[in-house]
Design a protein around this ligand. Structure first.
Ligand code: MG
Length: 441
């Protein structure tokens, strides 16, 4: 970023954008039977003409509350220059997440945290555009000192200090260039969730899995948790379709109590799932630890994170050996800043990160973070993969590119958050063309 162009932020707009995915059961699971994939969509305008785009993901009703929270934060952003924000990004992160009055609404969780994520995602997008790089490349090219200066270490220094994080990043520099070249040519491994939403019929499951196999997918996730006999039938069907050599994961979306989770998943062990995702409440750290311990002899790990609101909960999950797979989320945590903290902690605890990306825009965003993780932090691909769903990419200016079931690194400047204006207008709530259909409840 040239010193002559500070990019003063002169306006923030936020819109409620809803897609009627519930009409065809896309995204349906044991706790969310009728999601309308939606976003609070933020655009930052600057005096230079450069714009930043950001979003946070929601399931439909209630997005207007996130929009209100973004509006409440706008005064902390408008009037600042990009240059002054990124010159002390930790300070700005804390200004947004720890505002003396608004932190009462969280702190760092719930609607206010989703709003912070939307705003910060737009700031990161703006920064990457100002540098003319895709976000992952902006991060890869940063000095380790600069990276740690973006992270708020408050509440996590008992497991990770700034000095340790810096040391880890310096050590991971070895082989960085080769890993970047590897990613540019091969891409990052992905798995698909689009074949087995809970609301799909057996015929749909079979057809979608068969199609995915033909496209080269080898890792599949199935929604479970509503009915055990139904789960057994569906999982057996999918295991038969994909074969024993491919990977299967199961996801209960917080449906069970702890004991119930252990009993239920033990019954599903015959289909050999790699992990059970979100077996119980996302807040129940010790419950996840109990489930992990009980399922370890069956060779089934526990995965969670899509509804872990902050680095503190991830810290505890790691401290308690409660997760074997860390699922970061680009819109639930406080944007790139807080995701960096979780990536670094996961590396310290040697737990693989497999990002959550089921939702509109989540694949577009989180691919940048996991590319950075491989190139600059973990340097490891074993037991690692990034979620992929094949819905709604057509609404983005720079949609994800999947080749041979791998995410190909984005080449366009920014954080891939920009939506097509025609899509935003069409799906804006209220008033868009199509959302009214699924809002009649
Ligand atoms: Mg999930």
């Amino acid at each position: 970023m040239s010193r002559e162009t500070p990019h003063k932020i002169i306006h923030l707009s936020v819109r409620d954008v809803r897609f009627p995915t519930s009409l065809e059961h896309h995204g349906s699971d044991a706790m969310h039977p009728d999601p309308d994939y939606s976003a609070a969509y933020v655009v930052l305008d600057t005096d230079s003409g450069l714009r930043g785009f950001g979003l946070t993901f929601t399931l439909g009703r209630g997005t207007e509350i996130v929009v209100c929270a973004v509006q409440a934060l706008a005064g902390l952003v408008v009037g600042k220059t990009l240059q002054e924000i990124v010159s002390d990004f930790r300070r700005f992160y804390r200004l947004l997440t720890s505002d003396g009055q608004m932190r009462w609404l969280g702190p760092e969780k719930g609607v206010i945290q989703l709003a912070s994520a939307a705003v910060l995602n737009a700031v990161w997008d703006l920064w990457a555009r100002a540098e003319g790089k895709p976000l992952w490349k902006l991060l890869v090219d940063m000095d380790p000192e600069r990276i740690v200066s973006c992270v708020d270490f408050r509440y996590i220094t008992d497991v990770l200090t700034e000095e340790e994080a810096l040391q880890m990043l310096v050590e991971a520099r070895r082989g960085q260039r080769q890993r970047e070249e590897q990613m540019l040519s091969e891409g990052y491994p992905a798995y698909t969730t689009s074949c087995a939403w809970l609301g799909y019929s057996d015929q749909q499951l079979r057809e979608r899995c068969t199609e995915a196999l033909e496209e080269g997918w080898t890792r599949f996730k199935v929604k479970v948790g509503a009915d055990l006999e139904d789960d057994l039938r569906r999982c057996r069907l999918i295991r038969r379709t994909i074969g024993d050599h491919n990977t299967l994961m199961i996801d209960a979306n917080q449906r069970w109590d702890v004991g119930e989770a252990i009993t239920w998943v033990s019954r599903l062990a015959e289909v050999k799932p790699l992990w059970i995702e979100e077996p119980t409440s996302p807040d129940d750290v010790l419950g996840h630890a109990a489930i992990s311990k009980a399922l370890a002899p069956l060779g089934i790990g526990v995965a969670t994170g899509e509804q872990c609101p902050n680095r503190v909960v991830f810290k505890q999950l790691l401290q308690a050996s409660a997760v074997q797979f860390v699922q970061i989320d680009s819109c639930r945590l406080g944007s790139v800043n807080e995701n960096l903290a979780v990536l670094l902690m996961a590396h310290k605890f040697k737990v693989p990160v497999c990002p959550h990306a089921g939702g509109v825009g989540l694949c577009e965003l989180v691919q940048h973070l996991i590319l950075f993780d491989y190139i600059c932090v973990s340097a490891d691909l074993s037991d690692r993969m990034c979620e992929y769903v094949d819905h709604l990419h057509e609404h983005f200016a720079n949609p994800v590119v999947i080749k041979n079931a791998r995410y190909m690194p984005p080449r366009d400047p920014g954080y891939s958050c920009e939506m097509l204006e025609s899509s935003v207008r069409r799906h804006q709530y209220p008033g868009g063309d199509s959302v009214g259909i699924s809002m009649k409840k």
